[in-house]
Design a protein around this ligand. Structure first.
Ligand code: HEM
Length: 110
């Protein structure tokens, strides 16, 4: 829960003020975010997916406070966390992804 929210803050910072940030004007002249696969991924798809998963993590965590049986709590929380993990795995810029892939160990050259 804490990790998810810290990552959200770091992500929001990168999204608005990072090197391709919406406010920091990092985009080259004439870039159409939705037409360019790279910018669409980092500025739209990745943030959307990650924010959805952080919402799911928050909802799953909130289950613990509900006045229902432990079994129901754990079952519901399990599914919230499972879907959150799935969305995270889908929207991470894995090294094998075309165009948006990032290295697992940046700066380490073979
Ligand atoms: C569970 C949450 C998140 C995870 C696991 C995650 C993961 C990552 C990873 C692995 C990278 C590539 C880093 C690299 O260069 O090696 C990245 C980049 C980026 N993320 Fe996220 N992220 C998350 C949430 C967010 C959110 C919520 C936003 C925006 C609101 C965001 C915006 C960005 C942006 C703009 C970049 C590109 C930054 C750059 O290369 O300058 N991320 N993220």
């Amino acid at each position: 829960m804490i990790a998810a929210h810290i990552t959200l803050l770091v992500g929001l910072y990168q999204w608005l003020l990072g090197r391709y940030g919406l406010i920091s004007k990092g985009l080259p002249e004439g870039t159409n975010i939705m037409k360019d696969k790279f910018y669409r991924f980092f500025l739209v798809e990745h943030p959307t997916g990650m924010i959805i998963s952080i919402i799911l993590i928050t909802l799953g965590y909130g289950m613990a406070k509900k006045q229902v049986s432990d079994e129901t709590k754990f079952k519901k929380a399990f599914w919230y966390f499972t879907f959150a993990l799935l969305v995270i795995l889908i929207t991470v810029p894995w090294p094998f992804r075309q165009i948006v892939g990032r290295p697992l160990f940046p700066g380490v050259h073979s």
